[in-house]
Design a protein around this ligand. Structure first.
Ligand code: PXL
Length: 268
């Protein structure tokens, strides 16, 4: 594609997540990527401690600059935002800077393993329930589906259960829903896609390592393929395969993220 994609998420200086994976991945796919950092952290919040600079006050200055220069964007990818006030800024950003028909992809990025990430609460989830009304595609994991749809989080579930949660979620957003990290205990992991009232699944062999930041990498690769014109299922498959490659490239001791850099094909 030749347009500009805006990605809005935090910058975690250390951690191989959010902006520091979205920007290189989208750029690698040849997509001109504009960034809107929402917060600056020393490192992501799965470490013991972190510093946090909220960039909300700067967003209006950035919007002024963009408006004065007449920029518009042809697609949006949102990840970890940090504060619920940033969701108002996101809505304003869509209103003011969206080229006609620019798709909005939102990874709610507020929890995993049945829990919210550090620093998030029910108010953040409520604000996200509202923000996703504006999305064309959302990419939650099961934890986020359960918080957004007010379903009980279960470690083990079957198709009927996850589909009922996703249907409940579809009552609050018209967006297509791509649920990541879906597994039914048969050694496979993949995505559930709900679009046009139909469910589809795509699976890969599950690798024996759970790692941080893989959701952000999945979202960035999915978005890169989507913006490049690939179909949903194809984009999911490619993104899932890419994440698997990142995991394979990462030694267990690395711990805090995956080596996505090595999974991007080299520039010769
Ligand atoms: O990977 C999601 C993410 C992004 N950004 C920050 C995080 C997390 C998850 O914990 O802490 C700052």
């Amino acid at each position: 594609m030749n347009g500009k994609i805006l990605t809005m998420q935090d910058v975690s200086c250390v951690g191989q997540c959010s902006m520091t994976v979205a920007l290189p991945i989208l750029s690698h796919f040849g997509i001109e990527t504009v960034i809107l950092p929402t917060a600056l952290l020393s490192n992501h919040t799965m470490f013991k401690t972190w510093s946090y600079l909220d960039l909300t006050p700067e967003l209006q200055n950035i919007f002024r600059g963009w408006s004065e220069n007449g920029f518009t964007f042809d697609g949006f990818l949102l990840g970890y935002l940090g504060k619920k006030e940033i969701m108002d800024a996101a809505k304003e950003c869509f209103e003011r800077f969206s080229a006609p028909g620019a798709p909005v992809i939102i990874d709610p990025a507020f929890g995993d393993g049945g829990k919210l990430y550090g620093g998030f609460d029910g108010e953040y989830v409520s604000a996200m329930k509202d923000l996703i009304k504006r999305a064309d595609i959302i990419i939650p994991n099961l934890t986020e589906v359960c918080f957004l749809a007010d379903c009980e989080y279960r470690e083990e579930y079957d198709r009927a259960y996850i589909e009922s949660c996703v249907k409940k979620l579809s009552l609050i957003t018209g967006a297509e829903i791509v649920v990541t990290g879906v597994e039914f205990g048969d050694g496979m992991i993949g995505e559930l896609i709900y679009a046009g009232g139909r469910f589809e699944y795509t699976f890969e062999k599950k690798l024996d390592m759970r790692s941080h930041g893989t959701g952000d990498i999945f979202a960035a690769v999915f978005a890169a393929y989507h913006f490049s014109g690939y179909k949903r299922v194809e984009s999911c498959k490619k993104a899932g395969q890419f994440v698997a490659k990142c995991i394979e490239n990462t030694e267990k001791e690395h711990g805090y993220g995956v080596r996505f850099e090595k999974a991007l094909s080299p520039i010769d």
